[in-house]
Design a protein. Structure first.
Lengths: 323, 199
């Protein structure tokens, strides 16, 4: 293979000349997470060594008795109902097929003042809602094709629209474009289906440094598993049961086979109301986040929607065309 | 005696703590890889997740390979991909860290000190117009110094595909940046303190 020097490579190296390593604190945090994973595996190996089949049987029986004696919360009961329905009627995906999902999304974008460049704009961040339609084809071979249509954004303040275009953010966001991306090996997490392992994996993935309560981070990762996803029935049912155990959730509606849940929390002193709906097949079909009291800094009025998504029922298709 | 990466990973099946050697050896490189793509703010979590995940799936590592770095880059690239997909969901509110200006760009650490601003901006714009896989192929080659074979292993694609992608990507970028060779040459001259080269 001919790999000749190219001035473009020099330009890239100059442009991205970043050579620093992590800070001691960043390094230490990453190492601690790895060490925790190592310790968990060591402990699991030891347990496997110690336990006889009889001990396992006693533990399982005891655990079942404990869980059986607890009254499930309405959220647990609702999730359990969907989980059992999924297991009773799994959607078959075999051979070279694709799971096709079609989602419409409106997500808050926030650009700090220093990201706007030399335009006439107050010393405040610019906020807007970016609207996209995302169509995904998940192949049984682990491939993924994404087709994203970026629609014009919506603004909360009149001055923001002019600033957005003056700063060229429409080009950054690729407004008006249809972006087709393919990932030959986009296999997502090899999520385990054992409940304890799945719980651990979700917890490990639920670290984003956004200062959110860990249960909220956990919920977002768990919802991602059942959203626009080819997740197998046992993974979906297991995930929903884990979501059902989270504190702070409540059932707000369960008519027409779709169940809607709500959780409220604070983020950066902003009161958030987060609702999501799970259909009878265990997929996330709608999600909505609102800033209950608004946010003056961003110009958001009370009750402003900061995120909204709806997903059509998934379809199974045998090609990368529209079903 | 220093264990090779393959030997350390093999040893970790019996003694999981041996995997710590992989972390100590490659943490800095994976961190730089992450910073260049997601910025400093998010890089720490990407690094942590990359090593936790690589530990979990270490049985998939090809023990005939000398170094685990391309494999780690491939895992990090997947973690970053998921980070962006999830951030599309999670960006719903705390997007301060995901939008440009505070380290949210995929191309987050362009160095103003070394590159004329207009050329840097043109390059970033050109990179932004590439598909994710094309951009990753180019950056793995130019920034992480991987060979075509190593890139193929990292991204799970044939070596020939790497070659064709590189050719296509370079053409696309040149089409978007006029006079790239001359301007790079001039920048190099400025770096060295030479007189301006002939146009």
């Amino acid at each position: 293979m001919n790999q000749t020097p190219d001035p473009l490579d020099d330009l890239l190296r100059w442009t991205f000349a970043y050579q620093e390593g992590p800070t001691p604190d960043e390094r230490d945090r990453a190492r601690r997470r790895l060490d925790a994973a190592i310790r968990r595996e060591v402990a699991a190996n030891q347990r496997r060594g110690w336990m006889t089949a009889a001990v396992v049987a006693v533990v399982v029986a005891s655990t079942a008795a404990i869980w059986g004696s607890l009254s499930p919360s309405p959220v647990m009961a609702a999730m359990e109902e969907v989980a059992q329905a999924i297991e009773a009627a799994p959607i078959p995906v075999t051979g070279q097929e694709y799971v096709f999902t079609d989602a419409t999304e409106s997500a808050l974008g926030v650009v700090p003042r220093d990201g706007l460049g030399r335009i006439d704009y107050p010393d405040q961040p610019l906020a807007y809602l970016l609207n996209t339609r995302r169509q995904s084809w998940f192949g049984t071979d682990g491939s993924l094709q994404l087709r994203t249509t970026v629609q014009p954004p919506e603004f909360f303040r009149p001055e923001d629209e002019a600033a957005y275009y003056a700063a060229g953010l429409d080009q950054v966001d690729r407004v008006g474009e249809i972006i087709l991306e393919t990932f030959p090996d986009a296999e997502r997490h090899p999520w385990p289906t054992d409940p304890a392992q799945l719980d651990t994996w979700i917890r490990n993935a639920a670290v984003t440094g956004r200062g959110l309560d860990s249960d909220i981070e956990y919920l977002e990762v768990a919802l991602d598993i059942v959203s626009e996803s080819p997740a197998a029935p046992d993974l979906r049912s297991g995930t929903l049961r884990l979501i059902g155990r989270l504190d702070g959730l409540e059932v707000v509606d369960q008519t027409h086979g779709t169940k809607t849940f709500r959780v409220q929390y604070r983020l950066n002193e902003v009161h958030i109301d987060h609702r999501f709906s799970i259909n009878s097949s265990g997929y996330l079909v709608a999600e909505r986040v609102t800033a209950v009291d608004g946010d003056q800094t961003l110009g958001l009025p009370a009750g402003a929607t900061t995120y909204e998504m709806t997903v059509a029922d998934l379809q199974i298709t045998d090609s990368l065309d529209f079903p | 005696m220093d264990l090779s990466d393959a030997e350390a990973i093999e040893a970790s099946f019996a003694d999981p703590s041996s995997f710590g050697l992989i972390f100590e050896r490659h943490c800095d490189a994976v961190h730089r890889f992450a910073v260049r793509r997601v910025g400093r703010d998010a890089a720490g979590d990407i690094v942590a997740e990359t090593f936790v995940r690589s530990f979990a799936i270490r049985a998939r590592f090809d023990l005939t390979r000398d170094t685990a770095l391309p494999w780690l880059y491939g895992i990090a690239a997947n973690v970053i991909f998921e980070h962006y997909r999830r951030s599309a969901l999670a960006a719903r509110y705390s997007t301060y860290t995901f939008r440009r200006g505070t380290g949210g760009d995929p191309i987050a650490v362009a160095d103003d000190r070394l590159v004329a601003v207009s050329l840097r901006d043109e390059l970033i714009s050109a990179l932004g117009a590439l598909s994710v896989e094309d951009r990753e192929t180019l950056l793995l080659y130019a920034l992480e110094d991987l060979s075509y074979k190593e890139i193929a292993a990292a991204l799970g694609i044939p070596v020939g595909t790497v070659g064709s992608r590189m050719s296509r990507v370079r053409t696309q970028i040149r089409n978007r940046i006029p006079d790239l060779e001359w301007r790079v040459d001039r920048l190099g001259a400025e770096e060295r303190g030479d007189d301006e080269p002939d146009a």
